[in-house]
Ligand binder design. Structure first.
Ligand code: GLN
Length: 390
């Protein structure tokens, strides 16, 4: 029978995690922590289960969790989302993304994405019958031809947005580059979409991983953008529980109404005990307020180790990903494309990474791979020893 997604294979994260497991490599590919979450969070979930909170929760998520999210967004970003009409609990960020797209993109509508882009974006648009218009981050290279930074492609964005653009998808802090949008960027974006009917999907799942004391600038902090945005975040990233698959979508009532029409027949709702566990834990802000320092220490440790190699490090102002250019390594494999280099690194050196080319529709080879540093120091140290042998 005809495939709905003829050009889609298995996601790179699944492939690289399987390859890492097969070769017993250290898995710095798929983004997830190798350390446990806070025991208190587990106790809260356990308590909810033992209190028989095991039946369907409300379709939109439990009140306690939506209230907590509303409060948190108000405190951090200054915008009040009504928990009843503007916040929906989802089965992770990825479901929030697909459901948002299915809820507002009709066949023939254009959706603008910025590549490198998380690999679910494009197939999700395709399932809705939308047309993906991809613009690429501008790649800046240094005098040696190695990638030095990525910049928002404002001119290309301005050209891409027109009366058919139903949705623009943005992501800050950005997976895979770690790029963080500044307040001026949000202002510029607001100017760009003013007088258009373009909605915004803002993927902010790494919101609590911004370093050097810098702030995360949410669309919620910008009233004009908040009025046309679906703000998506995830508990998995923030609380070290990626396997729980719980996240949320905050959007104005008219957008949320459409979102929920799809959500109710997609997952209907999200498991009850995890929602109660997260709701009681969320009240204590200290966990996410300490997260930047926690991850900055890991980032610095990993970077210091990589600096002893011929990998060229890209800046990492946010996320738990470190990108590195391998093209100056003094080994024949430095000439491989990113996918083959990552396979070789996994099978022969014992460290798995993700090719940045996987975040582009057409392999755009920049010689850059992504490592996840959400790991115990010992894991990072062992991986660094192997990388330093190159
Ligand atoms: N977001 C994670 C990453 O970029 C992967 C999530 C997944 O595998 N679905 O590594």
């Amino acid at each position: 029978f005809p495939s709905r997604l003829p050009n889609v294979g298995t996601t790179v994260f699944t492939i690289m995690s399987a390859l890492a497991a097969e070769h017993r490599a250290i898995n710095l590919g798929q983004g997830f922590p190798d350390f446990p979450c806070d025991r208190k969070l587990l106790t809260s979930v356990n308590d909810a289960m033992l209190a028989d909170r095991n039946q369907y929760p409300p379709m939109i998520g439990i009140t306690e969790l939506r209230n907590g999210i509303s409060q948190k967004i108000k405190n951090l970003y200054g915008h009040y989302y009504d928990p009843e009409s503007e916040i929906t609990i989802t089965a992770g960020g990825t479901q929030g993304i697909l459901t948002t797209i299915l809820a507002c993109v009709s066949p023939g509508d254009e959706v603008v994405i910025i590549e490198p882009a998380y690999d679910s974006y494009r197939p999700s648009i395709e399932l809705a019958g939308g047309k993906t218009i991809a613009v690429s981050l501008e790649v800046r290279r240094d005098a040696h031809g190695q990638v030095a930074s990525y910049e928002i492609p404002w001119d290309a964005l301005a050209k891409a947005i027109n009366s058919k653009t139903r949705l623009l998808m943005i992501n800050s802090p950005h997976n895979p580059t770690g790029m963080v949008w500044q307040k001026a960027d949000l202002d510029r974006l607001a100017q760009l979409v003013k007088n258009t009917s373009t909605l915004i999907l803002s993927d902010e799942v790494y919101e609590h991983m911004v370093y050097e004391g810098a702030a995360h600038h949410s669309v919620a902090s910008h009233p004009e953008l908040a009025a046309r945005s679906f703000l998506i975040s995830s508990f998995g990233k923030t609380y070290h529980v990626t396997g729980w698959k719980v996240g949320y979508v905050a959007a104005p009532p008219a957008l949320t109404k459409e979102f929920r029409k799809v959500h109710q027949f997609n997952v209907f709702t999200v498991n009850t005990p995890m929602q109660y566990g997260l709701a009681s834990y969320l009240a204590d802000a200290s966990h996410y307020l300490n997260l930047p320092a926690f991850y900055q220490a890991k980032r610095n440790f990993f970077r210091a180790g990589l600096e002893k190699t011929a990998f060229k490090l890209l800046p990492t102002p946010g996320t738990y990903f470190q990108c590195a250019d391998y093209s100056a390594l003094n080994i024949p494999q430095a000439k491989l494309n990113e996918a083959d280099f990552c396979k070789w690194l996994t099978t022969e050196i014992g460290v798995a990474a993700i090719p940045v080319s996987a975040f582009y529709d057409r392999p755009t080879e920049s010689g850059v791979i992504r490592f996840c540093f959400a790991k115990q120091e010992q894991t990072l140290a062992t991986a660094l020893q192997r990388l330093q042998s190159l």
